[in-house]
Design a protein around this ligand. Structure first.
Ligand code: SAM
Length: 339
């Protein structure tokens, strides 16, 4: 008898088209990798195990800060233990969170991005959703109140994976899961998702159209993708290909204008593509905090001209687009003919 490990129990929510055996094999291989008793793995596994012993009585994912447990649910000694374990996941890039009264002010005010998505957020109730590159799961938690059947985060970083697992072990949101997978594994999920989120990812990939096609294939007919990306200003269908870093970030390939990204999506097969929000980045929204002590947005810009990155490129905008996969044709009734 094949026993599915608890970390894979999201599989039963997926349609039969999911390539279960291959997902299971990669899953098992990655679990074996992170279960090694070496310092690099234990530094995140141990705080996860510590935090997993505290289960919150109250959880609230409706507000800007995700609230997991109230301060009065633990005693001062327990709070000190929780604080130390949470600090092990520094730098905290996405947030804010409040865990048993400990406020985690992350580098990014991720609540602002979520607010911008809301006007075009598809119905998530009872839906199968994926968030590609989910980091510590901030957006998965924000999806929870909409009652998806499954919200699955694909996140290859062990640090972020354990951080999400720790938060959800305390929050116990049953529809939320994450696995140590990346955008390159989407082909294992043909026609599986009603809604896919791809935020802060596409410019890190050498082949954006391939990603968009993979997303298109991974959506069910009629499904929707929400994409958020860095972008350069301009009305033309162009993308910047930086020589070296962009705003001090390595591993950046194509940074499109909003129009260019819309055209990529259409070329990949999406319909009804809408660019519904565009805004400049700001040092209020991405900044160093007590939970992320490295350089942040303002350090990435030319100190004499904030419209330029430190390398002299146009400073980034953020753009938001939604597209749909064509719905399946209505089944014909017996005896009907089409002209
Ligand atoms: C810029 S962050 C964006 C996080 C989040 N989606 C957001 O919008 O705030 C990029 C995330 O993608 C993850 N990542 C790295 N390689 C990836 C891959 N091959 N597939 C999916 N995600 C990846 C990183 O670990 C990180 O959490």
């Amino acid at each position: 008898m094949n026993v599915v490990p608890a970390t894979l129990n999201y599989l039963h929510h997926l349609p039969t088209s999911a390539r279960r055996q291959e997902i299971g094999a990669i899953h098992q291989q990655r679990q074996q990798w992170i279960n090694q008793n070496k310092k690099g793995f234990l530094r995140y596994r141990m705080p996860y195990e510590t935090l997993a012993s505290f289960v919150a009585r109250s959880v609230d994912c409706h507000g800007a800060s995700i609230k997991i447990g109230n301060a009065d649910e633990v005693n001062p000694e327990e709070r000190a233990t929780i604080y130390t374990a949470l600090r092990s996941f520094m730098p905290w890039r996405k947030g804010p969170f409040s865990v048993f009264g400990i406020d985690i002010d992350a580098e990014w005010r991720s609540d602002r991005k979520w607010q911008r998505l809301l006007p075009l957020l598809p119905d998530l109730q009872d839906k199968i959703v994926a968030d590609i590159g989910c980091n510590n799961g901030y957006y998965l938690f924000r999806m929870a109140p909409y009652r998806p059947r499954l919200a699955l985060g694909l996140e290859p970083s062990m640090q972020h994976y354990y951080c999400f697992k720790a938060l959800n072990a305390m929050a116990r949101q049953e529809a939320l899961h994450a696995d140590l997978l990346g955008v390159e594994h989407l082909s294992l999920f043909p026609e599986c998702f009603d809604v896919l989120f791809l935020m802060g990812i596409i410019y890190h990939h050498p082949s954006p159209i391939t990603i968009l096609r993979d997303i298109h294939n991974a959506l069910l007919p009629g499904g929707a993708v929400l994409i958020e990306s860095q972008a350069i200003p301009g009305e033309e269908p162009l993308a910047l290909f930086p020589d070296g870093t962009y705003a001090k970030a390595p591993g950046i390939y194509f940074i499109p204008t909003g129009l260019c990204l819309r055209l990529w999506m259409e070329k990949a097969g999406f319909e009804q593509v809408e660019l519904f929000c565009q805004h400049p980045m700001s040092g209020e929204e991405q900044r160093a905090t007590d939970w992320m002590r490295f350089e942040s947005y303002r350090d990435f810009l030319d100190p004499r001209d904030s419209s330029r990155t430190i390398e002299g490129y146009p400073a980034p905008l953020r753009v938001f687009l939604r597209g749909r996969k064509k719905a399946a044709p209505m089944p014909q009734r017996k005896g009907e003919t089409c002209l």
